[in-house]
Design a protein around this ligand. Structure first.
Ligand SMILES: Nc1ncnc2c1ncn2[C@@H]1O[C@H](COP(=O)(O)OP(=O)(O)OP(=O)(O)O)[C@@H](O)[C@H]1O
Length: 359
């Protein structure tokens, strides 16, 4: 799907009604504080049920308002909407039918974002890398959502046993399930990461050609390759009982990128890191698109930051090949010049005081 119409009410400073977006490429221009990032944030919220900038819901609701609403109509006329209230109440609708889980919305939209801060998060710790990979898994591997939900349930039970000193049959039961499910998830993730890596090389050739051949990936499944998880858990049981949680297993997986055996963030400049993340994001978007379930949406906040003209031209080349809807924000139109397509369609919008209008 691609967003045809977006309706936003009382989300930060935004009030948006009835704009028709382009299925491929949309540019959003505006001064500092006009509402560009908030516009991307509202779309992100619809896809993830949370913000990429804050964990505090009250920050998203417009000052002096009780709730915000974000809804979209896509190119197949599917309507998705969510309203969140200051007291935590949430209403979700898919084609007018109430739903209980925010994850229902995620079945219809696959939203990925790149901001000037993304690489700090991505290279900062495993959390963001895990979140990224599992978003792809969710859309590409159909059993994943169910397997992951079940695994989380088992993990919670096993951790509770570790914390409260439960031993014997009950603990062994949860550990056995935990091991089985960790192994299943690890195999699925490994296959997915291999696919992603192959696709990544293709996009690196376009976006970061001078480095592409030397960039590699290392997947760790959450426990050592040479170990059997069941034996490892038996060895560390006393320690895990002290910690009160499971220290190995599929929840601890990671994906690291390297350049000739050195970690990427130590070798690449900030602009190159951003281009690398663009390549990774579009690689994942391509895998999601190939499933023919949802058309991915890519949000790029503040394109001007850190990218030189050559990088922006290469990005334009990648966008022309992509089967995605893309939203790009910038403060100055000049930052967009190298990206504006010569042949393909696009739309340009201007945001001022939270109101958006087509240029
Ligand atoms: N809960 C809220 N209620 C009302 N206004 C808010 C709320 N939260 C943020 N704002 C305001 O919304 C405006 C839009 O912020 P946003 O971060 O979207 O701007 P931006 O156009 O991306 O700016 P920049 O180019 O500086 O990144 C800001 O002026 C901010 O003060």
């Amino acid at each position: 799907m691609s967003i045809k119409k977006l309706y936003v009410e009382n989300f930060r400073n935004l009030n948006i009604q009835n704009n028709e977006f382009e299925p491929a490429l949309n540019f959003i221009l505006g001064d500092n504080g006009s509402g560009k990032s908030s516009l991307l944030e509202s779309i992100f919220f619809l896809g993830h049920g949370k913000s990429f900038r804050t964990t505090k819901l009250e920050n998203l609701v417009k000052r002096d308002s009780e709730n915000f609403t974000v809804s979209i109509k896509d190119d197949r006329d599917t309507q998705l909407g969510v309203s969140r209230y200051r007291d935590g109440k949430c209403t979700i609708k898919v084609n007018g039918t109430p739903e209980h889980r925010l994850s229902e919305l995620a079945k219809h939209v696959a939203v990925q974002i790149i901001t000037p801060e993304t690489f700090k998060l991505f290279f900062g710790g495993p959390k963001e890398r895990r979140r990224f990979i599992d978003l792809g898994m969710f859309h590409v591997e159909h059993q994943f959502a169910e397997l992951w939900r079940e695994f989380r349930r088992v993990l919670v039970q096993r951790n509770a046993c570790l914390r409260t000193g439960v031993r014997g049959q009950q603990f062994d039961y949860w550990t056995q399930l935990f091991v089985q499910q960790s192994e299943t998830l690890a195999t699925l993730r490994k296959e997915y990461v291999q696919q992603l890596n192959a696709e990544l090389q293709r996009w690196l050739d376009i976006l970061l050609p001078e480095l592409s051949e030397r960039i590699g990936l290392h997947y760790s499944r959450g426990w050592g390759e040479k170990h059997q998880l069941v034996e490892l858990l038996a060895d560390v049981e006393d320690k895990e009982r002290q910690y009160g949680y499971s220290s190995y297993g599929a929840q601890k997986f990671d994906v690291k990128f390297h350049y000739q055996k050195m970690s990427l963030e130590q070798v690449l400049s900030r602009g190159q890191q951003k281009m690398f993340l663009m390549a990774l994001t579009v690689a994942q978007a391509t895998l999601i698109f190939n499933q023919q379930q949802v058309r991915p949406i890519i949000l790029i906040d503040d394109i001007g930051a850190e990218l030189d003209t050559g990088s922006r031209q290469r990005l334009a080349e990648a966008i022309e090949e992509l089967q995605c809807q893309v939203f790009i924000t910038a403060i100055e139109k000049s930052a967009l010049e190298p990206i504006i397509p010569k042949h393909n369609k696009y739309k340009m919008f201007h945001v001022k005081h939270g109101i958006i209008s087509e240029v």
